[in-house]
Write a protein that binds this ligand. Structure first.
Ligand code: NAP
Ligand code: HSE
Length: 431
């Protein structure tokens, strides 16, 4: 026999919210059986009540989110996005005793600690599986399944919009702006898509992943972040010529001596035979490397209304089951309290693309610049064209600082006409 109905209030009825409402209504019988109580959608807060919203009964729509929360629902789902009023509304909901499900990575990465603390004080659940990598179950495995292991590194593609853009540039030679417009139409992009292409969305997700992986508080400001706005079709072509593909990667790792963590987001060249290279369109894929478990790969749809709603609904069911049983999910775990170190301490391989004079001694001068800064060269490829030569150098592991000094020195050489591109290389054997 089912328990009394559990009420659900939805904040946001856009790309994700509309799909959450649809799934809650269409799958109500299955959800009731899985939870042990019916889930009753009591309202959907939006900005513009006049907008047509297919699948959401009009009598549920309201533009008064605070009033909807004040009804004291068992569960409040926040899919409106942004920092305010989302944060105040979530805090109001928790203070009223509602468990909260959110997909809002920007808010979690900016001020997750405040939300965790409020959840703790009110004795309610705070779940946010949909905030990272869309439909892919990733946060629960990190927080629960791997709670007995020691995570060493998390690396992957966590932004669907930029992966969609880079895939189209690589496969179709597509124009950046056209592809971004497509990604927006398909519901992948953030309300302000500069958060996607500027790497900020991926950085927020990297902070959330790092916090869960290393039991250490990591916020958005701790993440070194570079987006794809400077990636040119020439970079994409150069990568292709060398058997690589460019991906926007999020990397959270322990420092080489294990005393801290480094969290970074940047474009990187990945070998075409690496599993990440075949992750196309808005799909995401994340590798987690743990001491005992070894390497695991999580793959699936990273953006879009329905995939994201799937993750939201999983959290709704988890929170609802807790209500029925009287339990509560795990809270924040930051006991390890490791320092977050700057990206300059990270060791990566690099690709450097140079336009140089084609005359004797040039190669030696360039090799000297690398050697003088302690950067070891792995591969050099030269293409002559007229008086100039294109020179592509790939390095062994080097620190960001050593590579920056090398590039400065290269720029000062007469033989170097232009430094055309510098990019990290990830995923090579032994890297
Ligand atoms: P969206 O399509 O822009 O929808 C936002 C919804 O929230 C709209 O219904 C909007 O109302 C409503 N809203 C915004 N501000 C409001 C306010 N102050 N008061 C009341 N309602 C308000 O955004 P989305 O793509 O669904 O994303 C929602 C959240 O999910 C964001 O945090 C996003 O980062 C996250 N997320 C999105 C995806 C994805 O693939 N789209 C994936 C994972 C996570 P109107 O409709 O009237 O404008
Ligand atoms: N804008 C985000 C992306 C949505 O493109 O990945 C999913 O979080």
């Amino acid at each position: 026999m089912s328990a009394a109905p559990l009420t659900v209030a939805l904040l946001g009825g856009g790309t994700v919210g509309a799909q959450v409402a649809r799934l809650l209504l269409e799958q109500s019988a299955d959800l009731e059986a899985r939870v042990g109580a019916p889930l009753q959608l009591v309202g959907v807060a939006v900005r513009d009540t006049a907008k047509p919203r297919e699948g959401i009964p009009s009598d549920l729509i309201t533009d008064d989110a605070a009033e909807l929360i004040s009804r004291g629902s068992d569960i409040v789902v926040e899919v409106m996005g942004g920092i305010e009023p989302a944060r105040s509304l979530i805090l109001q909901a928790m203070a009223a005793g509602s468990s909260v499900i959110t997909a809002n990575k920007a808010l979690l990465a900016a001020d997750g600690a405040t939300l965790y603390q409020a959840a703790e004080e009110s004795g309610v659940d705070l779940y946010f599986e949909a905030s990272v990598a869309g439909a892919i179950p990733l946060l629960r495995p990190l927080r629960e399944s791997l709670a007995g292991d020691r995570v060493m590194k998390v690396l992957g593609i966590v932004n669907g919009t930029t992966n969609f853009i880079l895939s189209k540039m690589d496969e179709e030679g597509a124009d950046y702006a056209d592809v971004l417009a497509q990604a927006q139409e398909l519901g992948y992009a953030e309300a302000d898509p500069t958060a996607d292409v500027g790497g900020l969305d991926a950085a927020a997700k990297a902070a959330i992943l790092a916090e869960l992986a290393f039991h250490t508080r990591v916020t958005f400001d701790d993440v070194s972040c570079e987006g794809i706005t400077d990636v040119t079709s020439a970079d994409v072509e150069a990568a292709r010529a060398m058997g690589f593909v460019i991906k926007l990667l999020a990397v959270a790792e322990r420092t080489p001596d294990g005393s801290g963590v480094i969290v970074r987001v940047h474009p990187a060249m990945v070998p075409r035979d690496h599993p990440l290279a075949s992750v196309r369109d808005a799909f995401n894929a994340v590798f987690v490397e743990a001491e005992a478990a070894g390497e695991m790969m999580f793959y699936g749809r990273g953006a879009g209304g329905a995939p994201t709603a799937s993750a939201v609904l999983g959290d709704v069911v988890a929170a609802a089951r807790n209500r029925v049983s009287g339990g509560r999910g795990p809270g924040e775990s930051t006991y390890a309290d490791l320092p977050v170190r700057p990206i300059s301490e990270a060791l990566t391989r690099y690709y450097v693309n140079l336009d140089v004079a084609d005359r004797p001694g040039v190669l030696a001068a360039i090799a000297n610049a690398f050697a003088a800064n302690g950067v070891s060269i792995q591969v050099v490829r030269q293409d002559g064209h007229g008086d100039d030569a294109g020179l592509v150098v790939r390095t062994h592991l080097a620190s960001d600082g050593a590579l920056s000094r090398t590039v400065d020195e290269l720029r000062s050489l007469d033989a170097v006409k232009e430094v055309l591109g510098v990019m990290r290389v990830e995923g090579e054997a032994g890297a």
